[in-house]
Design a protein around this ligand. Structure first.
Ligand SMILES: [Mg+2]
Length: 296
């Protein structure tokens, strides 16, 4: 049973979530586990759709689903409830590719959800500055797109439960704002940079805003980072750049993002969550949608 929640753009949030899951599952195909790098590079350049019939989504989508569940129930982020939903989602399937920090944190939150307040800041001496709070947050930005102050406030709340470091939080703010701007047809890298708290994530976005869209995506990834270090500042600028480069074309956005490799399920999840908040997933090849694992 879902409540009405005035002001929420449910349709945009759903488009973003469907896109995020598609990007996650598409991006995952390019990991060396599934195809070695040279073959992956050749197939991406030739735009050859991965032939596997089942594209599983990973932790990015699992955590986005948990956020969506809380928004559906409460209409806004309730942090203790979100901590429990993350823990329940993890417990249902811990083998979705979670990072080290989440393997340490989420089992503890299952027993005591409110302990995120002390446990999250204790991760990695000062809290996680990873890309995990950014990778799951685009649908939240779409949900609150009518009010950008609320987008920022709610993105911070969603991040803090697992990512206490200011740069982990800044990554979430940037991506939530990007998704909201996408819904409003106002997406630009410069506007996202301006809305992001001061620090390395914002600095990276400012560099991305200066990078012409004629730049080859692999080169942009080289200059901006491709998520290989799993940090927010290493992930967010490139993913926002490709989203803005292809803000009306989800398939093109995903091919370009895949060219950057690195943490490719997450960069593709972020880019697709932003672009699809506006476009939906209807324009991608039919087999992409058929092959992507269904949302639970
Ligand atoms: Mg993942």
């Amino acid at each position: 049973m879902t409540a009405p929640h005035p002001g929420a753009d449910r349709a945009a949030a759903r488009r973003s979530l469907e896109g995020l899951a598609l990007g996650d599952a598409f991006g995952e195909r390019w990991f060396p586990l599934f195809r070695e790098r040279q073959r992956a590079y050749a197939e991406i350049r030739a735009r050859i759709t991965p032939p596997e019939l089942e594209w599983h989504w990973t932790d990015d989508t699992a955590m986005a689903l948990a956020i969506q569940r809380v928004l559906d129930e409460r209409g806004a982020i309730d942090q203790d409830r979100l901590a429990l939903c993350f823990a329940l989602t993890y417990d249902a399937d811990p083998a979705r590719g979670y990072g080290h920090g989440m393997h340490m944190l989420l089992p503890a939150l299952l027993a005591e959800p409110e302990s995120w307040r002390t446990l999250a800041p204790g991760l990695f001496e000062g809290g996680s500055l990873g890309n995990g709070a950014a990778m799951r947050v685009a649908p939240l930005g779409a949900w609150f797109a009518a009010d950008l102050d609320r987008v920022t406030e709610q993105a911070v709340l969603s991040a803090e439960v697992t990512h206490a470091h200011p740069q982990g939080i800044a990554g979430a703010v940037a991506i939530a704002v990007a998704a909201a701007l996408s819904v409003r047809s106002e997406l630009s890298v410069a506007a996202v940079a301006e809305a992001t708290p001061v620090g390395p994530v914002r600095d990276g976005l400012a560099r991305a805003a200066e990078l012409p869209f004629t730049t080859e995506p692999w080169k942009a990834a080289d200059l901006l980072g491709n998520g290989q270090r799993i940090r927010a500042d290493d992930t967010v600028p490139f993913a926002v750049w490709t989203a803005a480069r292809h803000r009306d074309d989800l398939a093109a956005a995903l091919w370009s993002t895949a060219e950057g490799f690195g943490d490719v399920d997450t960069t593709c999840a972020i880019t697709a969550g932003i672009v699809a908040a506006r476009t939906g997933t209807g324009s991608v090849p039919t087999e992409w949608r058929q092959r992507r694992e269904a949302l639970t």
